[in-house]
Write a protein that binds this ligand. Structure first.
Ligand code: ATP
Ligand code: MG
Length: 245
């Protein structure tokens, strides 16, 4: 059974249909990239999967839980890495990661603290735990966001543009970290990204949304050879054609 299963998903805002009959199944341990034109519906799809938006019709299940009927329960299976990192600026790195643990875990404080320490170690921020967000680089902020997303050991990680705005070297380290989350922890991933190079590195499959429809869903090789005009345009403008050879 797929860990994430989206079926006939339709999302409307007023009279605008933003997602049109989307089907997407993600198997355990897989990493799927959601790409697409601006306004194509990527963030909306991620929000429907995470239970932040109730879809107009269709179904979404995560780890067998119906996200529309039981969003709170489903959210315990997911970690989300936000584009903006969304850190609390008045809390230290440690406190930022601890925040959700205090809210959602009933373990003794000692075990909760250990959880946070392990998560920070996993993202390479063990020695930065006392710092304030303002003292961190953009890449470090992303890593705090990742520690926060994994600290409660989710089955699924949802990344919204984790590398947008980062330089190529930092992008590489974030990509490596995403690959490790998957390799070491076996976490299933969905990543919204514009970055073709990054997607080629981390993803197994690509789902390309164009004007609310899945213009392509399949392996990377097929994606690179797609004749869809929006995909061709993205590939040409990303100058990632070397991958297509
Ligand atoms: N809360 C909302 N209310 C009304 N319309 C919305 C809402 N959220 C998104 N939309 C509309 O849905 C469409 C898809 O938006 P979405 O943010 O999912 O696109 P995207 O693919 O993530 O684009 P980008 O690459 O620019 O981030 C857009 O036309 C947008 O205006
Ligand atoms: Mg978006």
């Amino acid at each position: 059974m797929p860990v994430v299963d989206v079926k006939n998903l339709v999302m409307r805002f007023g009279s605008a249909t933003v997602l049109k009959d989307i089907d997407l199944a993600v198997e355990s341990g897989e990493m799927v990239a959601i790409m697409g034109s601006s306004g194509g519906g990527k963030t909306t799809l991620l929000r429907c999967i995470s239970g932040l938006h109730a879809s107009t019709s269709g179904s979404v299940t995560v780890d067998g839980i119906n996200v529309i009927e039981e969003p709170e329960l489903a959210r315990t299976r997911m970690g989300m890495v936000f584009q903006s990192s969304a850190l609390f600026d008045f809390m230290t790195v440690f406190e930022n990661v601890m925040f959700g643990v205090r809210r959602h875990s009933k373990e003794p404080l000692k075990d909760q603290r250990q959880r946070v320490e392990i998560a920070l170690e996993r993202v390479g921020l063990k020695d930065e735990h006392h710092k304030m967000p303002a003292e961190l680089s953009g890449g470090m902020r992303k890593r705090v966001g990742m520690a926060r997303a994994i600290v409660l050991e989710p089955k699924v990680l949802l990344y919204d543009e984790p590398t947008t705005g980062l330089d190529p070297i930092t992008t590489y380290t974030i990509d490596e970290l995403m690959a490790r989350m998957r390799g070491e922890l076996g976490i299933t991933g969905l990543v919204v990204s514009h970055d073709v190079t990054s997607v080629m590195r981390v993803a197994d499959r690509v789902a390309f949304l164009h004007q609310g429809e899945l213009a392509y869903s399949g392996d990377k090789e097929g994606f690179l050879k797609s004749e869809h005009p929006a995909i061709k345009e993205l590939l040409t403008k990303s100058s990632a054609l070397e991958f297509a050879r």
